[in-house]
Write a protein that binds this ligand. Structure first.
Ligand SMILES: Cc1cc2nc3c(=O)[nH]c(=O)nc-3n(C[C@H](O)[C@H](O)[C@H](O)COP(=O)(O)O)c2cc1C
Length: 317
């Protein structure tokens, strides 16, 4: 039966209720976006990762483009926490959407200190970007070590009353191990996930295409990988999973939700078509109506089996 009233698009992410499941991925929008789209139509606004110190970021070139993917190495250029509190938050003050900060640091202790420092009623949640190098572990990313992941999330949760979300890296063998660890450590939600580590070479110049040699692969080409990880994580934890990777339209967002995501983040697509997120909100509403769903949350995990259980696919290929 098709519902005659507008579907309820709201979703619960831990202690927060968002008016719809669509938000930007950290680092892919800036204040100027408020002049291009109505950011108040989004479920939340996720801000660029900040670090405790001021950072320049990596040497150029920072982006290598492919047809369906982008390889980038930005290196988290950061204006620091005071700039966030004094300039970034006021720039979004008129937007009727919760603001989500994103933090990164060189040590787990500094993740905690930074979370405490930016705890502010204007920030609805703090995302831990754990894809950055841990200086106490020879630069290995926090998110590639379960114990470092646990320590970062535990320190942040202990340091602030603001909800903590953990943004996992896909550059691991079994991402469900990290999902469970982040949940146990007190994260209210997971973002699955950050960019996939890659590299690009220019055969003619015989040089790397990125100043940092390696970078993060994003865009539509990564979607099947992140979709699979969202599906695995959603089955492994009870906290909400926010899907992120290669979303370019509402249909991509719904695919993530069917696979188990409660909400989604849009990254690279914001650079290509700034209206992607608001159009995705409209598309999800239209999808609910077309499928007779009264609420978008009914999509989450609603993936139907293709085969009878005895012949269902396994997780090996
Ligand atoms: C230019 C650029 C900057 C980014 N900066 C950040 C960042 O500051 N913090 C973070 O957690 N992720 C950052 N990311 C990763 C995105 O948030 C997102 O996880 C990734 O791009 C995958 O989503 P997509 O395929 O939709 O782009 C950045 C991505 C891009 C392309």
């Amino acid at each position: 039966m098709v519902s005659s009233t507008a579907p309820d698009l709201s979703v619960r992410i831990g202690s927060l209720t968002l008016k719809n499941p669509v938000m930007p991925a950290s680092g892919t929008i800036a204040e100027g976006m408020t002049q291009v789209i109505d950011m108040g139509r989004l479920g939340a606004i996720v801000l660029k990762t900040i670090t405790p110190d001021l950072r320049q970021g990596t040497l150029p070139p920072r982006v290598a483009e492919y047809r369906d993917a982008t390889l980038f190495s930005i290196g988290i250029p950061s204006k620091g926490p005071d700039y966030l509190l004094e300039h970034t938050l006021p720039a979004y003050a008129a937007c009727d959407a919760p603001l989500i900060a994103s933090v990164s640091a060189d040590t787990a202790e500094d993740f905690g200190k930074l979370a405490a420092y930016i705890s502010d009623p204007r920030i609805a949640a703090i995302e831990a970007n754990i894809s950055c190098p841990n200086l106490k572990a020879d630069g290995r990313a926090f998110g590639m070590d379960p114990e470092a992941t646990r320590e970062v999330i535990e320190r942040m949760v202990a340091a602030t009353r603001t909800p903590v979300w953990a943004k996992l890296t896909p550059n691991v063998g079994d991402i469900t191990v990290f999902a469970r660890v982040a949940e146990e450590a007190g994260a209210e939600a997971l973002i699955v996930g950050n960019a996939i580590l890659g590299m690009a070479v220019n055969a003619e110049t015989m040089r790397p295409r990125l100043g940092n040699v390696m970078g993060g692969l994003t865009g539509p080409a990564v979607k099947p990988i992140l979709l699979r990880m969202v599906h695995q994580c959603a089955k492994a934890v009870r906290i909400p999973v926010i899907g992120c990777g290669g979303i370019t339209c509402g249909e991509d967002a719904v695919e993530y939700m069917l696979a188990g995501a409660t909400a989604v983040q849009v990254g690279t697509a914001n650079f290509i078509h700034p209206h992607t997120m608001t159009e995705a909100v409209d598309w999800i509403a239209e999808y609910c109506t077309r499928h007779g769903l009264s609420a978008a949350r009914e999509i989450t995990g609603a993936l139907r089996p293709l085969h009878a259980p005895a012949t269902a696919p396994t997780e090996t290929v």
